[in-house]
Design a protein around this ligand. Structure first.
Ligand SMILES: [Zn+2]
Ligand SMILES: [Zn+2]
Length: 419
């Protein structure tokens, strides 16, 4: 609509209805950059985007599209590098200054109608607004993909959403913050596993946090210790513990009627060459079984990983099934079994499964249960979005102070076994 037509239209409104006073309802108000988004705009944007995609595909230049995207992306990356360079040189980026930073006042949503970095217009479905937790600005999803630990004054333990510029800025202090503010670096609050705390009475099968998983594992080991000292014939043979390359400790709930669902979470720790334990990695397990009884029970499991292969499987990023993906056997119990084991290699199963049922640890199968690493929880706990499990279990990551209670329980268990 041309300017003339607009004037005409305005005049028409005034003449016809007479209730469009002065310039309040005029086009000028809607013609501006910051006009409010209407439902029609939302739909129109989506239609345009869809048409653009279909058009690109139809004319066969999806490849070209990709290439331009790629070059754009490369250019963008280059720009970031340069920007980070400038930022490093700029006074703000002195590391001390970042570490001393205080939480910003977030910009109001109304402050920007488009992303402050790439200028793409915000849209309720296709492009939502996000606040950068470090600078408080408004960015699209693409420009705020990074997650970083924030300086101590922010009082945040998990990696938070930051814009691309702040992500680069914060990169230099991440390793320092991993040692300082990450959850792994905190000393445990709930470190009592005796009966004076209610949480030690029952291990909940689905732990939300790694801290609780660590507590649960320590509690299970302590529970096993008690059983082992009361009934040595029902305990894991020392020889098996001695050969262990790692342990997986899980609490699993079995619920259902006819079809039973086994769901639970836990941790894996690997034993290093020098006999020390690696940091823990969170895992979850799921399985379906058949059972005649109705009801449910929670069972604690200790799985002794006997080969490096088994540790790698438990520490892998893929789901695998106990039994099919990894040979597993019902754990051998009793002191007597130790004699055969010491002589030979002690069977060919890669892991032995023990469960605590009715107050005693017995050999038990977890066959068919799927196991997966809880990547999200690992990332949050260690405060490093790019962390993978082989780095945790097989790398040189230091033992997190947050798992102190677990290492205490483990060293007691192995001391008893005379290792
Ligand atoms: Zn953007
Ligand atoms: Zn930012």
């Amino acid at each position: 609509m041309s300017e003339n037509e607009r004037i005409e239209w305005n005049r028409g409104l005034c003449l016809n209805g007479g209730y469009a006073p002065d310039s309040d309802m005029g086009w000028e108000q809607f013609g501006g950059e910051d006009r409010e988004m209407t439902m029609w705009d939302v739909v129109l944007d989506m239609l345009l985007a869809a048409r653009g995609k279909v058009g690109a595909l139809a004319s066969g230049d999806a490849r070209a599209c990709q290439i331009t995207w790629l070059t754009n992306h490369l250019l963008l990356e280059q720009t970031w590098k340069e920007m980070s360079q400038t930022l490093t040189e700029a006074n703000f980026s002195s590391i001390q200054e970042i570490l001393e930073a205080v939480p910003p006042k977030w910009l109001a949503d109304s402050a920007a109608s488009a992303c402050m970095l790439c200028n793409v217009r915000f849209h309720p479905i296709m492009c939502s607004r996000h606040h950068c937790r470090f600078c408080g600005g408004l960015y699209c999803n693409e420009c705020s993909k990074g997650r970083s630990l924030l300086p101590p004054k922010f009082r945040k333990e998990n990696p938070e959403r930051v814009c691309d510029v702040c992500c680069v800025r914060l990169e230099s202090v991440q390793s320092h913050l991993m040692d300082q503010v990450s959850r792994a670096a905190q000393s445990p609050t709930n470190d009592l596993t005796d009966l004076s705390t209610l949480r030690s009475w029952l291990n909940f099968p689905w732990g939300q946090s790694m801290e609780y998983e660590i507590y649960k594992a320590a509690n299970t080991i302590r529970g096993y210790d008690k059983v082992g000292s009361l009934t040595p014939e029902k305990s894991i043979p020392d020889a098996i513990l001695k050969q262990a390359k790692g342990l997986a400790i899980l609490s699993i709930a079995k619920v259902g009627m006819m079809v039973t669902y086994n769901v639970g979470t836990g941790i894996v720790v690997a034993r290093r060459e020098d006999g020390s334990w690696s940091p823990p990695s969170a895992i979850s397990s799921f399985g379906i079984g058949w059972g005649a009884q109705v009801g449910g029970e929670v069972t604690d499991f200790i799985i002794v990983l006997r080969t490096n292969e088994a540790v790698r499987m438990f520490g892998g990023n893929v789901h695998f099934s106990i039994g099919a993906g990894l040979s597993a056997a019902v754990g051998i119990v009793g002191r007597a079994a130790g004699a055969d084991l010491r002589a030979g290699d002690g069977g060919c199963a890669a892991c032995y499964t023990y469960s605590c049922s009715k107050g005693a640890f017995v050999g038990c199968s977890l066959e068919g249960n799927m196991v997966a690493t809880r990547m999200q929880e690992n990332r949050r706990f260690y405060g490093k979005p790019s962390i993978n499990t082989s780095e945790i279990l097989l790398g040189s990551l230091p033992r997190p102070p947050a798992a102190a209670v677990l290492y205490r329980a483990l060293s007691e268990l192995f001391k008893k076994a005379g290792i």
